[in-house]
Design a protein around this ligand. Structure first.
Ligand SMILES: Cc1cc2nc3c(=O)[nH]c(=O)nc-3n(C[C@H](O)[C@H](O)[C@H](O)COP(=O)(O)O)c2cc1C
Length: 363
């Protein structure tokens, strides 16, 4: 064979091989969920609320279009949540946001929840995504962005029946509403303050809380989790002082603790009532479901201009919990309590989130 003919046929063969490899890769890529979409979906999932803003989730994304979710037990609140009830509820809220974001971006989801516990390394959920549409409803994504916990005083005026129906219809078997003006409403307010006060003066709970306090701008922006002055509603000059001159350990001082109790008293006195989410028993499926319900109620409340403030100390302090359970006679385990009430103006969310890369592995 002539030298030029040999070089030409070698070049042609190389080009054919390169084209084939590119084609094969393209085919593989086509079966994979869009990287931009998956990133977005996980980001929106992470906007979910979590106890102390611990964001206790880990995620693995597989090329077969499935997402595996784990509870991150290194973020367990061992003192106030030793059994991981709030850990699983928080991951449930993450799953709810993930589902909403995926649906909004045109994916249908198949969600499997595994029975697991805080000592297990197995995934709590496997979610399979399939793209069925390119239609995107950006309004829904905006709702996920706007959802937030509000710790300001709310109006005490009664919640309109039409609004209450929208909230309770999210999960009628699990949601109860107790107006503040009722004897049971007043009882919950009293017990909430009692449970908060017990916890505020508990040395171990103080240490745990301090570990999740992010006071300085440096801490807030580098850790992107935990409770910040803005998130706790400490604004203006007080916020400036806390951010610049206080350390998380200062939150254990008597003056700070006392202010927290006073603030809580104002909170329990200023609301229209209490949302209670309950369940038959504490298994993984039920707790994940409670998290999903909580997240949906919070989103709905935001769109109705109703402030939403989880206050779970009653559940965390067992003797108080027992009293409340016996008094309310719901016949179920109470697993989430929040005060609600209309607000004049809905403040924007201020709580930080970690980056998707920091808790996600793309396999
Ligand atoms: C299971 C659970 C329990 C919570 N308990 C409380 C609580 O007792 N008091 C409180 O002020 N916030 C509570 N929160 C709200 C979180 O602190 C809040 O979601 C987190 O700081 C992130 O802020 P964001 O909801 O504004 O995004 C709870 C949230 C969850 C999911």
């Amino acid at each position: 064979m002539k030298k030029t003919t040999f070089i030409t046929s070698l070049a042609v063969t190389t080009m054919i091989i390169i084209s084939f490899v590119c084609f094969a890769n393209k085919k593989i890529n086509n079966t994979m969920i869009d990287r931009t979409d998956i990133y977005k979906i996980i980001h929106y999932a992470s906007l979910a609320g979590s106890s102390h803003n611990t964001q206790p989730w880990r995620v693995e994304v597989f090329p077969n279009d499935s997402i595996t979710i784990f509870v991150d037990t290194s973020r367990l609140l061992k003192v106030v949540d030793p059994r991981g009830i709030e850990l699983f509820i928080s991951v449930g809220a993450f799953i709810e946001n993930l589902n909403i974001a995926a649906n909004t971006l045109g994916y249908i989801t198949e969600i499997t929840i595994n029975e697991t516990n805080i000592n297990s390394n197995s995934p709590v959920s496997i979610i399979k995504l399939s793209k069925i549409s390119s239609v995107q409803n950006l309004e829904v994504l905006k709702e996920l962005e706007l959802r937030t916990t509000l710790r300001i005083p709310f109006e005490t005026v009664a919640i309109k029946t039409v609004d209450l129906e929208k909230i309770v219809s999210i999960a009628p078997d699990n949601i109860s509403f107790i107006p503040s003006s009722s004897p049971n409403g007043a009882f919950i307010a009293k017990k909430e303050l009692e449970a908060y006060t017990i916890q505020a003066y508990n040395k171990d709970a103080q240490d745990e809380l301090a570990a999740w306090m992010r006071f300085s701008n440096k801490d807030i922006n580098s850790k992107r989790d935990g409770l910040t002055p803005a998130g706790m509603g400490i604004k203006g000059i007080a916020g400036f002082f806390v951010r610049n001159f206080m350390k998380p350990d200062d939150s254990k001082k008597e003056s700070f603790v006392k202010k927290g109790v006073e603030k809580t008293q104002k909170q329990v006195e200023n609301c229209a009532g209490w949302i209670i989410i309950s369940t038959e028993e504490d298994n993984t499926k039920n707790l994940i479901n409670i998290g999903r319900i909580y997240e949906r109620i919070n989103i709905e409340c935001r769109s109705l201009n109703i402030g939403f403030h989880p206050m779970n100390q009653i559940i965390e302090e067992y003797p108080v919990y027992k009293e409340v359970k016996d008094k309310l006679k719901l016949g179920k385990e109470i697993r989430f309590i929040a005060r609600i009430g209309y607000v004049d103006k809905y403040p924007a969310p201020v709580s930080k989130r970690r980056s998707v890369e920091s808790f996600t592995v793309f396999k």
